[in-house]
Design a protein around this ligand. Structure first.
Ligand SMILES: [Zn+2]
Ligand SMILES: [Zn+2]
Length: 113
């Protein structure tokens, strides 16, 4: 079947299936309102998350699902590499995560009082 209407939104990777999702990989961090072009884009980003995602159209076959996020093959490779933090840095990462967990616990205790 090669009806062009069937694939009005083809998958960017295989081009043989309809894309039903977008790549969720964050390509740009926008945590500062100064980066927004106008109020509307600022408002949308607050409603939909602050960060710009890849947004490549993907079909079910071509995406990789990571913790509820869809990744295109290109960003899945980067994601795998990004997991390999050197061991000598990991101990700092663990310390800071432990501290955050401790603070969260403290806050929830205070909220319960
Ligand atoms: Zn595909
Ligand atoms: Zn992507």
């Amino acid at each position: 079947m090669n009806d062009p209407n069937v694939f009005s939104n083809p998958c960017a990777i295989c081009k043989t299936a309809e894309a039903d999702r977008l790549c969720d990989y964050i390509v740009e961090y926008n945590r500062n309102p100064i980066f927004f072009r106008d109020y509307q884009s600022f408002k949308e980003s607050v409603e939909h998350g602050h960060d710009s995602t890849c947004d490549l159209p993907l079909c079910t076959k071509c995406r990789t699902l990571i913790n509820g996020a869809d990744l295109c093959p290109y960003h899945y490779e980067i994601y795998k590499k990004a997991q390999n933090l050197p061991e000598k840095l990991r101990k700092y990462q663990r310390k800071s995560k432990a501290r955050i967990a401790q603070e969260m616990l403290q806050m929830s205790k205070e909220a319960a009082e």
